[in-house]
Design a protein. Structure first.
Length: 554
């Protein structure tokens, strides 16, 4: 067998033009001992898993297999047990004669290959697949099918399931619920919907802001499924007529996950929505929120001020909390006293005093805020301004030497000013207290593995021209297994940062029209949401369709 000299992975990636020498050196410096270079580069976000696999495929001469809709041979489950598959990240593909074909996340793991050869008695032939791909396949083929089959056979013996069974850790229903959760976390879903229909129950995941049906379960499993979720979140399982909400804390594959549960009675039974808060990804760095340079500079300036009120606005699920927490994180040091009042407290932060609103005992935002003011705070974060009373207390707090951060549900930064005045807050209070408003939305990013440039359409060029920009080529994803054939993977924020100045304050005091304030904002080079979005299309990060999905062109 002739010995070929192998190039190192880092050099190959540099040659392929996927990373620069500086990025390689920086990653080698920063990576922890024993961590593989590939994993370190993935963590930094310099390469995608597919790019890494393509280079490995070339380096090792091992074929790459995509497991999306792969026709697995179900008989092979007995050859490679679930535990082995999960621990070593191996998925058996097929067997021919005395050869067993498997795909692995790390085909250089010779110990795993040896173990497999000894335990099965076959010659092992390897291929390479991405980690996510293998985990998805294991969940789909090993876990869910088994517990579903067991449940259905249990069900056929009688529809009445004892409460003990819903609590027993090894019962099929408990395993099914755990798998639904695990699958959602693997696919980086933000919400899980359990939708009862007339003849079936749908389990849907919201991935990157878009819902899609993950699986359909038979109708008679509905009551057990919902009972199990209610038991996990300490809700009343006998009450089916009123909405309830609770939370579950879990450790999935060693990282902590918080779930917020809400149930709603519908005609076909209770609908359950679980919002997944991944605690490990909560603490963002301001630099990583996707602000463009000018906006980042302005945002950093307004949160560094000692007094005033900074509002972050946008609809539900537009990443407002992440931006708020990132801002708090930046200001969090032992010299300042930071107190927050939230409903509910989503992420617990170290070194910050967090209060939970509880309307049952009359602990409202306004009441909590008044108490906070007696606690000698420097920075106050109010989860949300919902009424005139909260708005007034927050504004007064910002006028008496505190920095107040909060959120409001409005469409854009200028709409926020009119909204506060509509709420009944005096214009002079709004004018003197506001230091800045950030409006934001989330858009899906083009999947880096299947993206390709294409010429911009006539309509796109028109949209860009209206905003004084030009565009020739746009980047779109064709759809690949990594992004579940959608062409998008992950999300990013687009922002609009309005910084207050004397002219704007004068306009607010004189109750000038919306259009006047808008012209002033333009004069001060405010980048509006649509402009920030289109600039990101120009950089090839997202598509025009995505921007228009969240922002209306004028």
């Amino acid at each position: 067998m002739k010995q070929t000299t192998r190039k190192r992975l880092g050099d190959l990636l540099v040659e392929a033009g996927l990373i620069t020498e500086q990025q390689l050196e920086q990653t080698l410096r920063e990576k922890s001992d024993g961590q593989k270079l590939g994993d370190a580069l993935l963590q930094q976000g310099y390469v995608t898993e597919t790019q890494l696999i393509e280079v490995l495929e070339f380096q090792l001469g091992i074929p790459h297999v995509s497991l999306y809709r792969y026709p697995f041979d179900p008989k092979l489950k007995n050859l490679v047990p679930k535990e082995v598959a999960k621990r070593q990240l191996i998925m058996p593909l097929k067997k021919e004669g005395d050869k067993l074909f498997v795909t692995m996340a790390d085909p250089m793991d010779f110990f795993a290959i040896d173990d497999l050869r000894l335990s099965t008695g076959f010659q092992v032939e390897t291929a390479i697949s991405s980690k996510d791909d293998i985990l998805r396949a294991i969940t789909k083929y090993y876990e869910i099918d088994e517990s579903l089959e067991e449940m259905l056979s249990d069900m056929s013996s009688g529809p009445n399931i004892e409460e003990e069974e819903v609590k027993d850790q090894d019962s099929p229903i408990v395993r099914l619920v755990n798998q639904v959760l695990q699958n959602a976390v693997q696919q980086k879903a933000s919400d899980i919907h359990i939708d009862p229909q007339e003849t079936k129950v749908l389990v849907r995941y919201r991935v990157d802001g878009v819902l899609r049906t993950e699986r359909t379960l038979p109708k008679h499993m509905q009551s057990v499924l919902i009972a199990r979720i209610k038991i996990m979140s300490n809700l009343d399982i006998t009450e089916h007529r009123i909405p309830q909400d609770g939370r579950i804390k879990l450790n999935l594959d060693f990282h902590p996950i918080d779930l917020r549960i809400s149930t709603l009675p519908t005609v076909y039974g209770e609908k359950v929505v679980m919002r997944i808060l991944d605690l490990s990804s909560a603490l963002n760095d301001i630099e990583k929120l996707g602000f463009n340079k000018l906006n980042l500079k302005r945002f950093s300036q307004i949160i560094e001020k000692p007094t005033g009120i900074v509002l972050i606005t946008g609809p539900t699920g537009s990443g407002k909390s992440s931006t708020l927490y990132a801002a708090l994180n930046k200001r969090n040091s032992e010299e300042v006293n930071i107190i927050t009042i939230e409903d509910p407290v989503e992420y617990q932060l170290e070194g910050i005093n967090q209060i939970q609103v509880n309307s049952n005992i009359g602990m409202t935002f306004a009441k909590g805020l008044r108490a906070i003011l007696r606690q000698d705070p420097n920075i106050i974060m109010v989860g949300e301004i919902r009424d005139k009373e909260t708005a007034e207390v927050a504004i007064r707090a910002s006028l008496t030497g505190h920095l107040v951060l909060s959120t409001l549900h409005t469409n854009d930064s200028i709409g926020t000013i009119t909204r506060l005045i509509d709420m009944g807050v005096e214009p002079f209070l709004v004018a003197s207290s506001l230091t800045g408003i950030v409006a934001q939305r989330l858009v899906r990013k083009v999947c880096r593995d299947c993206s390709s440039p294409e010429p911009a359409t006539k309509r796109e060029q028109e949209i860009f021209q209206k905003r004084g920009l030009t565009i020739d080529t746009v980047v779109r994803g064709k759809g690949c297994p990594t992004c579940n054939m959608t062409g998008y993977k992950g999300r990013m924020a687009i922002h609009e940062v309005l910084v207050m100045n004397d002219e704007l304050r004068k306009n607010i005091l004189n109750a000038e029209s919306f259009a006047n304030i808008r012209d002033l904002a333009l004069k001060h080079k405010t980048i509006f949401l649509i402009d920030d979005g289109l600039l990101k299309v120009k950089q090839g990060l997202t598509t025009t369709e995505e921007i228009l999905r969240v922002v209306l062109p004028e």
